[in-house]
Design a protein around this ligand. Structure first.
Ligand code: ZN
Length: 181
């Protein structure tokens, strides 16, 4: 699947909750995970490939272990957060932009897995940052939106260039549109 870039409307929308697991959603998730590894992302959210649903995938260990252990989070919600952590982030949807972002250091998150079990996980450090970055995508927020206005303004040229390219891309998908190219 093609990754939507900064400026695309679907990245600014609040994504819809998933009401139940369906074969379509399952197959969408397969493609999403495939796209994550193919693009060498540590995480990817459904809106990034044009589906405005509350789903993201991540694999915080993969870049070190090279063993694929995707974590699929459906309808994720933070139930606790604590501390502060500043680290450099990038995003598949904002190529070649890396900036320091302030996040919570620890989070506790609840979500549904592929079998619709309600899972609670605790995460800290890099993993916590990834979860916050991905969950933001489900609320129409990109990491550059967390920067100070001055920092964001300094990136203006780069961001405008990405947005100009994005406006030429086809918008959104209903559920799965494989030849969205
Ligand atoms: Zn991102």
């Amino acid at each position: 699947m093609r990754v939507k870039t900064y400026g695309c409307e679907v990245l600014k929308k609040i994504a819809e909750p998933v009401s139940e697991m369906t074969p379509e959603i399952e197959s969408f998730i397969d493609d999403l995970v495939h796209t994550m590894y193919e693009t060498e992302g540590v995480g990817i959210a459904a809106p990034q490939v044009g589906l405005s649903k509350r789903i993201f995938a991540c694999d915080p260990q993969y870049s070190e272990t090279k063993v694929k252990k995707p974590i699929i989070c459906i309808n994720p919600e933070f139930i606790k957060y604590d501390g502060e952590r500043i680290s450099e982030e990038g995003c598949l949807s904002i190529p070649d932009v890396f900036e320091k972002v302030k996040r919570f250091e620890k989070v506790e998150m609840q979500y549904r897995d592929l079998k619709w079990n309600l899972i609670t996980i605790e995460a800290d450090d890099v993993f916590a940052t990834i979860l916050q970055h991905e969950l933001d995508h489900l609320n129409g927020v990109s990491f550059v939106d967390k920067l100070t206005p001055i920092r964001k303004m300094a990136l203006g040229f780069k961001l405008n260039r990405i947005a100009a390219r994005s406006s030429k891309m086809k918008e959104g998908i209903e559920i799965i549109n494989k030849d969205d190219s």
